[in-house]
Design a protein around this ligand. Structure first.
Ligand code: KG4
Length: 404
């Protein structure tokens, strides 16, 4: 039997993609430290995350990041916190890049084995939901009313979950009630930004430029999402699309709008202008999404295209999320993941939630992207329920959350 210390302290470890992260969180509510070593600038050279480079960087960063998290936790607590004081170690089991996940899992397994402490496996998507719940608890708000509908929207995911707590141990359960059938929303942002000669990741560039354009200039539309079918009417077997639970589903598709942007660029002969942005950004590192110079980067037609793209994507996310909330009787809404940082998304979701009288919460910008505090927070109810990982825990790159 592995030993907890009764301190409520969980060390979280996250390495599912391009961030090496460690955090110490007390009782699922109070982060004493939250350290993130981002590899973004490394991968920016390639326009996307390179899995082998990510694993190598995690190997390099894991030990210093954990040390830093322990040392900052001690400073925050005002007394030394050692590994012996931990109640458990939580680690991301998936979804994510296999090699990247394995670095965190192997480290966490070795640490808990050596310390004789429990290991808790956490789904990264569950972590994103708990980032928001943890911050709501910190603000001492009344708990988000259940069931809650969570939109997890990032570079790799666009999922809607109906979440509730059940049983005497208040175990969290999730039902996937919507997902993208092709690209994730963040992936569409990244691909469209690349197509328009902007930097990586694309979300912050489009977010910064969209307010300078006319969102109604290009009328992008989203059609109904139908499953792909064979001529004889049968549905093709698809490992990525498991059989689904009964009840309505609220799916997304973002590959069509990406193609529509490409077509608009070609029909309107925008290539030369786009190569101009690409060259300007490459030549001047001072041009960033946050710099005032960014507004002068693009001509008006490109700005209108960017604004229209964002207006359509956010509108689609908003329509599906609120339709799901209404149909499924959700009593509050949580939006998380990298795209939850988007300013137009926050503004429009907040306005719609206010109109409907639904409580809504977003993570702080620091907790929108991958971090380990959210993993330690999600692990807290599992610690209370003694829901520990097996000793042979492995990485599950396609790990799903809850009932599909
Ligand atoms: O959650 P995250 O950090 O990583 C994973 O995808 O796992 O999300 C990154 C994604 C990228 O696609 C990025 O372009 C997008 O989040 N993103 C944004 C914004 N900031 C980051 N998308 C729209 N607006 C933003 N402000």
């Amino acid at each position: 039997m592995r030993e907890s210390s009764g301190t409520g302290l969980i060390l979280g470890i996250e390495s599912s993609c391009d961030e090496t992260a460690a955090a110490v969180v007390r009782s699922g509510t109070t982060p004493l430290s939250n350290v993130v070593a981002s590899q973004m600038s490394l991968h920016a050279n390639y326009g996307g995350v390179v899995p082998e480079l990510a694993s190598r960087e995690h190997l390099r960063n894991m030990v210093p990041v954990v040390r830093e998290a322990m040392s900052r936790a001690s400073a925050a607590a005002g007394h030394p916190i050692t590994f012996a004081d931990l109640d458990a170690v939580a680690v991301t089991e998936g979804p994510g890049l296999a090699g990247a996940l394995l670095v965190g899992i192997t480290y966490a397994k070795a640490l808990t084995f050596g310390l004789n402490k429990p290991l808790i496996a956490v789904n990264n998507l569950e972590g994103h939901i708990h980032a928001v719940l943890m911050e709501a608890r910190q603000r001492s708000e009344t708990p988000m009313e259940l069931p809650l509908l969570a939109l997890v929207v990032s570079g790799g995911h666009t999922h809607l979950y109906l979440a509730k707590q059940q049983g005497t141990e208040n175990t969290w359960t999730y039902r996937n009630v919507g997902r993208t059938v092709d690209d994730a929303a963040g992936e569409a942002y990244d691909k469209v930004a690349k197509l328009l000669g902007l930097g990586y990741p694309g979300g912050p560039w489009i977010d910064a430029l969209a307010p300078h354009g006319n969102p109604r200039a290009v009328p992008f539309t989203f059609g109904e999402i139908k499953p792909r079918i064979h001529r004889d009417g049968s549905v093709p077997a698809n490992k990525k699309a498991p059989t689904r639970s009964e009840g309505p589903h609220f799916d997304f598709s973002f590959s069509g709008i990406k193609t529509a942007v490409l077509r608009y660029v070609e029909t309107n002969h925008l290539r030369a202008a786009i190569e101009g942005h690409r060259a300007a950004i490459a030549a001047d590192p001072a041009i960033t999404p946050k710099s005032p110079a960014v507004a002068k980067l693009c001509d008006q037609q490109t700005l209108d295209l960017i604004a229209s793209f964002q207006y359509a994507v956010v509108g689609n996310l908003q329509r599906q999320t609120f339709a799901a909330a209404e149909s499924l009787g959700a009593r509050s809404i949580v939006v998380s993941g990298g795209v939850a940082a988007n300013s137009e998304l926050r503004r429009r979701f907040q306005a719609e939630a206010d109109r409907r009288g639904l409580p809504i919460a977003f993570p702080s910008l620091a907790l929108s992207t991958d971090n380990a505090a959210m993993m330690a927070a999600a692990a807290w109810p599992k610690l209370l329920a003694h829901n520990f990982a097996p000793e042979d825990l492995g990485a599950t790159p396609q790990l799903r959350l809850g009932q599909q």
